[in-house]
Design a protein around this ligand. Structure first.
Ligand code: GDP
Ligand code: ZN
Length: 296
């Protein structure tokens, strides 16, 4: 039996990639077969390759066992994802730091590592970029700067994708598919343009697929978190999804401090010091949004 990873699912067949990157078209055995929904793209599985009369392995096989998942995303529906790459452009469209924080909260909720990729650095002057990045300091996520036009930062991005399974996220037009295509020509992300959505029809949900990178990693072919509302998140848990608050846990005057208006709040005391004021503003904004949601 071989270990492999489901990279594509369609019509009851699963494409399984073995560690060498060889693809097998597989059916699922027994329990797995009865409940087709039991298997999804991203799953690690044990499978038995079929052999022809000469006992040589053919490109087909049967999935025998589903191995435990480290996580499971709903949108896109993929399991065992390692990291979220949040892509933002400096201009055209302009940076939206609040959206970045929203995506980071969603990543924390799904227990994904995340980093920020600031693209289109060719459209801004160096001092302007420095000023923007300084505004974000101290920042709990690593930031890489890229320009597809200048070909800069691409090696650093490729290195971060190496050996991991990544999902890209960010507004349309920031350069997600251009970045991937620059790293590996032909590897275009299926970004959901409006015309694509109309062509596909509103109700067809397309299966996600894993694309293999020559460097050894994988990327999900469709951008993550197309839905930007927080789900199943109580306002009391929001602070847990801001990793920079973590060292201050237990330091507030009130044990159940929400860091909004309580006296002796260690978090509010650190704004402008250990904590970035912009990040705290996002915390306040999301807290308020969750309070309104809970009021319904
Ligand atoms: P996506 O919707 O996030 O996948 O964005 P695309 O990859 O389709 O890129 C949107 C537009 O931005 C295209 O016209 C790209 O040519 C352009 N673009 C992508 N990266 C860069 C960059 O680094 N600099 C500049 N100036 N334009 C870029
Ligand atoms: Zn507090």
């Amino acid at each position: 039996m071989l270990e492999g990873r489901v990279v594509k699912a369609a019509g009851g067949f699963f494409t399984v990639s073995d560690p060498a990157g060889v693809h097998f078209t597989c059916r699922a055995r027994g329990m797995l077969k009865r409940d087709q929904a039991a298997l999804m793209v991203g799953d690690r599985v044990l499978f038995e390759p079929e052999r022809n009369v000469d006992r040589a392995v053919s490109a087909e096989g049967v999935i025998e066992k589903l191995l435990p998942r480290s996580n499971r995303l709903k949108r896109p529906p993929v399991s065992n994802v390692d990291q979220l790459v949040v892509v933002m452009s400096l201009k055209e469209p302009a940076c939206d730091w609040q959206l970045v924080s929203r995506l980071m909260v969603l990543a924390e909720q799904e227990k994904l590592n995340a980093f920020l990729c600031l693209n289109k650095t060719d459209l801004a002057a160096a001092d302007e970029i420095d000023r923007l990045i300084n505004e974000l300091n101290p920042y709990p996520y690593s930031i890489i700067q890229t320009s597809v036009v200048r070909g800069s930062g691409l090696e650093e991005l490729a290195e971060k994708l190496n050996g991991k399974c990544s999902v890209f996220a960010g507004p349309s037009g920031v350069g997600k598919s251009s970045l991937l295509n620059a790293i590996q020509p032909g590897l275009t992300l299926k970004t959901g343009t409006v015309s694509d959505k109309i062509k596909r029809g509103k109700h067809t949900t397309r299966q996600a697929e894993l694309l293999t990178l020559v460097g050894g990693g994988m990327v999900v072919d469709t951008p993550g978190f197309t839905r930007l509302n927080f789900f199943d998140l109580g306002q009391d848990h929001l602070a847990d999804l801001f990793p920079e608050f973590e060292p201050l846990r237990g330091s507030c005057g009130f044990r159940n401090c929400r860091h909004i208006s309580e006296p002796e709040c260690a978090v509010r005391r650190e704004i402008g010091k250990m904590l970035n004021p912009i990040r705290y503003q996002h915390y306040q904004y999301f807290f308020d949004e969750l309070r309104k949601q809970e009021a319904f």
